[in-house]
Write a protein that binds this ligand. Sequence first.
Ligand SMILES: Cc1cc2nc3c(=O)[nH]c(=O)nc-3n(C[C@H](O)[C@H](O)[C@H](O)COP(=O)(O)OP(=O)(O)OC[C@H]3O[C@@H](n4cnc5c(N)ncnc54)[C@H](O)[C@@H]3O)c2cc1C
Length: 438
Amino acid sequence: MLYEPEGYDARQWPDSYWRASCAPLPPCPELTGLNRADVVIVGAGYAGLNAALQMVEDHDADVIVLDAGQPGWGASGRNGGFCCLGGARLSERAIRRRFGMEAVTEWAGFERDAIARVRENLQRYGIDAQACEDGELLLADSPRAWARMQAGPVPVGARLLDGDTLRSEGLNTGAYLGGLFVPEGFGLHPYAYVTGLARAAIDAGVRLYGDSRAIALHPDATGWRVESTVGLVHARKVLIATNGYSDELLVPWLHRRILPAISNIMVTRPLGREELDTQGWTRRLMAYDKRMLLHYFRLLPDNRLLFGARGGLSFQPASVQAFARRARAEFELVFPAFADAQTEYSWNGLVCLTASLAPYIGQVPGTQGLWLALGWHGNGVAAASEGGRRAAQAMMGDHSAPPAITRRPPPRFALPRKWALGAGMALAGLIDGPMRAV
Ligand SMILES: Cc1cc2nc3c(=O)[nH]c(=O)nc-3n(C[C@H](O)[C@H](O)[C@H](O)COP(=O)(O)OP(=O)(O)OC[C@H]3O[C@@H](n4cnc5c(N)ncnc54)[C@H](O)[C@@H]3O)c2cc1C
């Protein structure tokens, strides 16, 4: 694991607003004894649970899901709730060059399907995840970023909003000059969504075990023996859906092929109507900026402001507090009228990057029946949901179900990852420059 053990301690829930504002799932039991299943899935987040549901519902498979904590303990229970396009960092040009034009269209279709999948899940399983206003706003924080946004292609259905339009549409901030509105996606309660999936999986017959960390995988003539801290499972196939929380000792092939990165979130007390009007931020749109170390924010249904910021190289308290202070200062710059609204919740978690800049959905090369579905590049609410489904389809024989860009195994990072992350963050800080009030 790349960071200190406290970042991976699945017995401790983060101090997140999501857990505080949603009835928790009754604890799933620990695995005990020796068990058999067709498939074992390691990781009960969006990817693992969607894969499990797909296997049970469409293939009538006997599935066991193991989580080191309880379902949703990982990023799926603690993210910003932006159900949006994304999941890879490859530019359209790079996809075309490496995989051909068809792959560009295919990936764009996957991103849209992924959002539709989440909507369908909410409806099909009767999950109330407090879905918010449709669409997403990308904001420019400098004249150069705004000029680029205006010069760049405007996707079909998208709309450029200058400063005056932002103000007149209830999207006024102290730090952005203009933005691009994209109609796809919506905000949701991430923990309500993941616990809803867990309930649906249990109802569908999936055997879901909590506090059951997989610690070793042993291949044999008929499949895999998965050893956990509490019990054993034998299955023909295994899916590792552990994303940023992956243990490289469990799957040594992953070593240096994934880069877990820290993302931080703070949530304020509920804001009053007058404060919202004074700031001129009254919409519930998902918003993020064009900076390399990006900020993302949205007004929640109970009028709290959620504000997220990338960054951090350690889970040590001093480092976590330093990043929380920085995020708070940036929040006050973006929303000067909310400067008196104290932070009531603050937490962090791990997203997962790869050197190929794309997720990987496929077998561990050189093995039979050991699969991976991970690397959602900070945008996994939708992508991991659909990615988990596609992984299940591939495991059941449809090898072309995952998009082409996700079928190529990621290479190793060339440089030591902490070093690369530190250098990358320093460079990003230089390119971004300090945030300024407009
Ligand atoms: C702070 C933060 C904000 C984010 N905001 C957004 C956002 O707004 N929109 C968006 O699209 N994405 C966002 N993301 C990313 C998104 O949350 C993830 O991409 C997505 O949740 C990944 O889902 P997953 O199922 O692949 O993995 P996870 O949800 O991380 O689940 C992995 C699970 O594996 C378990 N596990 C690990 N090792 C083992 C083991 N050995 N044995 C058993 N279980 C194990 C863990 O306990 C964990 O529950 C954010 C992430 C973070 C951290």
